[in-house]
Structure formats: structure tokens, C-alpha cells
Design a protein around this ligand. Structure first.
Ligand SMILES: *Cc1c(COP(=O)(O)O)cnc(C)c1O
Length: 388
């Protein structure tokens, strides 16, 4: 085997259909979607159609969809935009210990400027508790932000229940749905959320394209000030090919969501079963109930060895996986998420995330387990910590 990609939580390959749909907007149909002439109108039509399609995909109205340059921008905007809009009400935000850096570091930044942030703990499978949230809400709380599904361990949070508690206390609710979108079917009206972020490149769409859903009636301060784009809520010339690619990719993903999830979960389940049978001294991190876990995610901690060494050896064997998340690799800090679910610091260092995709095959999964068994044995034989 030449190359095996098992890092779909970091990014996914662009779908052929999305690529084809985008192409004209890089060349012939290049007009600025906000220009008042025929070129502009062609761009505007593409953007309007895509906005309608995306809105249909998540049960929203087109007027509730705001395009952004990535998931990170959508997350920043949700938190900072609601914080700034509601200074008069208060400066307290509630989030969790396991958020993606796009939320976590944004909250850390607000703390420097006088906001108070409560980081809710999670249980040992990564679930946030409704009771903990209720206890944390204060009269000056302006926003609750809880991720829909975790990017490292795949745990799917009880968003509908959490949102209901926030609303019962008159507090707005945002969810970072970047990992969930394309893998979990949802409807924003049914969830009840006020704001929701997504990112195209996590569901076989283009990189550099995100979206923030903002329920009609919610007031939010701007993050990117500029022209009158996005109904005067977000300055910056519209990325027409990106918008078209994102809408096409999400529509395509939802059209086969159940079959794709089932297939991807069958790869993951086979992988997990073999790994647990063939390798000792490991923890399987995240939700045990597969209905509450992203179908593509498997995360293991291998005791007595370093995750970086395993990754390096896997890479030599042509297998691309990840330690923690792509956004924190390169840092030697153990994963915040793994520490939050109670994995000991030393063990957290020996953790690897495998995230499968719809183009992976069972042969690739078996090859990966065969290699992994050899790698772990070799590294442990060299490890002074490991006693045979
Ligand atoms: C990837 C990711 C993001 C960031 O999205 P980008 O488009 O890469 O900026 C945010 N949150 C979660 C949960 C993610 O997995």
C-alpha cells in the first residue's frame, strides 16, 4: 500500500462534485457578487442559490446564514460578537474544557479584557452534564458555547438538552458543529440553538470556507468590519467558489449520510475490535456508546510509549493519523481534552487519533492494524517503562 489517510477530522479530500461546481467561479463567472452589473448578478445568483441550499440542509432560513472564511472565524465571531453585543447585560461566558482552540483561545483572550469564563468539566467519556451547566449559569451570563461533537475523541454532546437549560435561564446558546456537520443529521430549529458554526473542509468541501448560523432576531456585533456584504454583518468580498463548493459538498454529504456513516462506522468498529484484541495496555478514549460518538473516530492511549513515536513509525509505513488534533500538534503539551476525561498525563502523551473516511477500505484498516501491532511492540521493547 502506498498511502493511507486516516486523519479525516483534520481535513477531508474535496469531493469531485463540489470541485466541478466551483470551477466556473474561478474563471468565467468571476464577478463580485456585490457588484450591480451583469457580472455581479451572475455571482450573486450563485451565492443566493448556495445560501438557499445550505439553509435547507440545516433547517434554517437563508437570512440566517452568514458566510465566513473558516470554522475558526465563525467560532470567533459567535463568541466575541455575542460578548461585545451584550456588555450591558454582563461579561460571563460558559464553555467547556474540551473545546477546539477556536473557542478555547477566544475565551482565553476575552478573559484578558475583563470577561469571566467558566470551563465546564466533562465525565470520563467526554460528556458535559446538564446539571453542571445549570449550576454555572449566573445573572450576568451572556453565552453558553458547547461543541456538538469533539474533534479528538468524537463524543457527541446532548446539545438539545443543554440548549434548553440555557434558554430556560434566558441565555443564548452557540454550538461549534464543525465536526458534527456532515456526520450527524440535525435541524437547527429542532436543536433550538441560537448560533452554530461549520466548516466546509470537514465534510469534503473546500478549505477556507465556513459559515455561522445566527437565528433571526439575535443581535450580534461584527467581527470583520468593512463593506456591506452578508447583509452588512461581515465585510469582505464573498468567496463565490467557496460558497458554491460548501453548499454542494454539504448537500451531497447529507444525501448519503446514513449509508456513509454506516460504512465508516463499520471500518472504525473493525479497527477498534482488532486493536483491543491484539494490543495490551491501552485505553479506548471517548464515548463507549457508538450512537453518541462520531462514526469515524477512534482514539487510543498506548501506555509506556510516546504518541509522536507511534505517529512517526506509522508515517514511515505510509499511514497518516494524528496525535490529539492537527491544531495542537507541534505543541508538546498533552491534549486538554484527554486530561479533561481523566487520562493520566503520561498516558495522554501516548495517544493517537484515527479518523476514517468514506474512501477508506477494509484492506487499509487491516494493514493499519497489522503495522500498528508491530510498531507498538517494537517501541515498547525499547521502552524502559515497559515490563514484559
Ligand atoms: C477543524 C475545527 C475547527 C476549525 O475549522 P477551520 O475551518 O479549520 O478553521 C473548529 N472546531 C472544530 C471542532 C474543528 O474540528
Amino acid at each position: 500500500m502506498e498511502k493511507i489517510y486516516l486523519d479525516h477530522a483534520a481535513t477531508t479530500p474535496l469531493s469531485q462534485k463540489a470541485f466541478d461546481a466551483m470551477k466556473p467561479y474561478f474563471s468565467d463567472v468571476f464577478g463580485n457578487a456585490n457588484s450591480q452589473h451583469v457580472y455581479g448578478r451572475e455571482g450573486a445568483k450563485a451565492v443566493n442559490d448556495a445560501r438557499q441550499l445550505l439553509a435547507n440542509c440545516i433547517g434554517a432560513k437563508p437570512s440566517e446564514i452568514y458566510f465566513t472564511s473558516c470554522g475558526t472565524e465563525a467560532d470567533n465571531w459567535a463568541v466575541k460578537g455575542i460578548a461585545l453585543q451584550n456588555i450591558e447585560k454582563g461579561k460571563h461566558i460558559i464553555t467547556t474544557q474540551i473545546e477546539h482552540p477556536a473557542i478555547y483561545t477566544t475565551c482565553k483572550q476575552l478573559e484578558k479584557y475583563g470577561w469571566e469564563v467558566t470551563y465546564l468539566p466533562v465525565d470520563n467519556e467526554g460528556f458535559v452534564s446538564v446539571e453542571d451547566l445549570e449550576k454555572a449559569i449566573r445573572p450576568d451570563t451572556v453565552l453558553v458555547s458547547v461543541m456538538f461533537a469533539n474533534n479528538e475523541i468524537g463524543t457527541i454532546e446532548p446539545i438539545k438538552e443543554l440548549c434548553a437549560v440555557a434558554h430556560a435561564h434566558g441565555v443564548l446558546f452557540h454550538t461549534d458543529a464543525v465536526q458534527a456537520t456532515g456526520a450527524v443529521r440535525y435541524d437547527v430549529k429542532d436543536l433550538g440553538v441560537d448560533l452554530l458554526s461549520m466548516s466546509a473542509h470537514k465534510f469534503y468541501g473546500p478549505k477556507g470556507m465556513g459559515m455561522l448560523y445566527v437565528r433571526n432576531g439575535i443581535r450580534i456585533e461584527k467581527l470583520l468590519t468593512g463593506g456591506e456584504q452578508e447583509r452588512a454583518h461581515r465585510g469582505g468580498t464573498t468567496n463565490t467558489p467557496g460558497v458554491v463548493g460548501m453548499a454542494t459538498a454539504l448537500d451531497e454529504a447529507l444525501s448519503t449520510l446514513e449509508e456513509d456513516d454506516k460504512y465508516v462506522a463499520s471500518l472504525r468498529d473493525h479497527f477498534v475490535e482488532r486493536v483491543l484484541n491484539e494490543i495490551d495496555d491501552i485505553y479506548y478514549n471517548g464515548a463507549k456508546d457508538t450512537a453518541k460518538r462520531l462514526p469515524n473516530n477512534a482514539n487510543f492511549s498506548f501506555r509506556y510509549i510516546e504518541g509522536e513515536s507511534i505517529l512517526f513509525s506509522l508515517d514511515l509505513a505510509g499511514i497518516s493519523a494524528s496525535s490529539g488534533s492537527a491544531c495542537s500538534s507541534g505543541s508538546l503539551e498533552p491534549s486538554r481534552t484527554l486530561l479533561a476525561i481523566g487520562v493520566p498525563v503520561g498516558t495522554a502523551h501516548g495517544s493517537i487519533r484515527f479518523t476514517f473516511g468514506k474512501h477508506n477500505t477494509m484492506e487499509e484498516v487491516d494493514y493499519t492494524v497489522d503495522e500498528l501491532v508491530k510498531i507498538v511492540k517494537r517501541l515498547r521493547d525499547m521502552s524502559p517503562l515497559y515490563k514484559k
